[in-house]
Design a protein around this ligand. Sequence first.
Ligand code: GTP
Ligand code: MG
Length: 198
Amino acid sequence: MIIKKAEFIVSNSQVSQCPQTHEAEYAFIGRSNVGKSSLINMLTGKNGLAKTSATPGKTMLINHFRINDEWYIVDLPGYGFAKRSKKDQDKLVEMIYSYILQREQMVNLFLLIDSRHEPQKIDLEFMEWLGENAIPFSIIFTKADKLSKSKLNTNVAAYLNALKEQWEELPPHFITSSETRLGREDVLNYIESINQNL
Ligand code: GTP
Ligand code: MG
């Protein structure tokens, strides 16, 4: 898929205030600092479209970006950022959960996992919650440039094996780097294939 246009539309803290539209949207979620906003910039080819930061906790709102005048990318706040107050943490979790449960336009959620790490309880539990609520999701392993090719393959295989203990059928998965643009075509083609079947 060719990205001809990518524009910021709106940020807000409540799902009820998200754009009133019937167009499909794809949201990006995962732990703070996993690389959600960077991936959105890489996919759209527009650096600075989504705000990124080396400090976790940068994205605090639900951010809508309209792509090619026909569908949306949504940048969500990360979860699991320990340095936030309990109150702020709870507020963000509530924002994320209500967006995921209520937003009918969301046709697929991309769950980002840092390819350097072993499976983390917080992500596995989050996936379990997605499954219980029948939310369609796919996994994106991020920051592939930070690992050697063999270590990357070992880590991804180990992760998928761990998931097989929990899931009968594995969700689709992708391996990406926002630095080298690895995986860009795969993710965009996947989105295009869903768009075409709607
Ligand atoms: P929050 O909004 O805080 O939840 O974080 P986020 O998931 O949106 O992460 P963000 O895109 O802001 O990136 C966090 C840090 O990781 C930044 O310093 C990025 O430059 C870096 N980063 C993101 N993706 C990659 C990648 O593919 N490779 C490398 N080397 N660094 C990356
Ligand atoms: Mg972000």
